[in-house]
Design a protein around this ligand. Sequence first.
Ligand SMILES: Nc1ncnc2c1ncn2[C@@H]1O[C@H](COP(=O)(O)OP(=O)(O)O)[C@@H](O)[C@H]1O
Ligand SMILES: [Mg+2]
Length: 234
Amino acid sequence: MRSLRGGNVISFNGVWVSYSGSDRPAIRDVNLEIREGELVLITGPNGAGKTTLLETSLGLLKPFIGEVRLLGVRTSSRRVLAVRKYCSYVPQDFMKPPFETYTAMHVILLGFAPYKSIFEGTNGRDIERVEYTAELLDIESLLDKPIGTLSGGQQQRVMIARALARKPKLALFDEPFSSLDRESRMIVSTSLRRYVDEENATVVVVSHDVSPIVDLADTTVKMKDGRIEEVTHG
Ligand SMILES: Nc1ncnc2c1ncn2[C@@H]1O[C@H](COP(=O)(O)OP(=O)(O)O)[C@@H](O)[C@H]1O
Ligand SMILES: [Mg+2]
């Protein structure tokens, strides 16, 4: 992949986004630059615009004013589809129903699909990568279990493992701590920190509760009423 202009993985320049049918913009005049090798926490109360910010970063939502670049590419351009392959996104509501029979291992391996040609199967390196990531997130013992039979917190860790195993340049997580107990929160936040450091990748975490990760983040962005209220480094 070509190198990034100025090292920015995400950049927002005077961005306003609104949902169709709503007269109130969900984010307003947002300016933000997120760099390579950064762990970023986005926080703020319900309705602050955090999820909208994530989905606008990926180009799933388009601004009506301003410009967004993802890995150097304008999200209004068709080329955004090509760079989105290098990104992972775990949305807020991902729970799988109990009849979902794919094992956790299958679910994580599916994350490699965008990198492969249609006739290319799973190889030994893929399996090794899954096992490494599973160990990081302490889910080795869950790999052969059907995903639908796991608890909410276990499913959450499997989805995080899937997002990381495929080695994205950028991984976005919306409220990843919501169904986790204290110990799992710690495992997840240290795994994310380690991933950023090992791969020089960028991880963006949205969480209304800052306590599980604020001490590990390089940058904390506080949002309120669709605006960025404060950006803290270190
Ligand atoms: N699909 C939607 N349609 C209309 N309005 C929406 C939609 N999703 C979010 N909003 C509104 O956009 C604003 C920001 O929401 P959101 O980004 O989900 O906030 P957060 O993730 O911080 O809770 C809120 O006022 C919310 O009501
Ligand atoms: Mg949200």
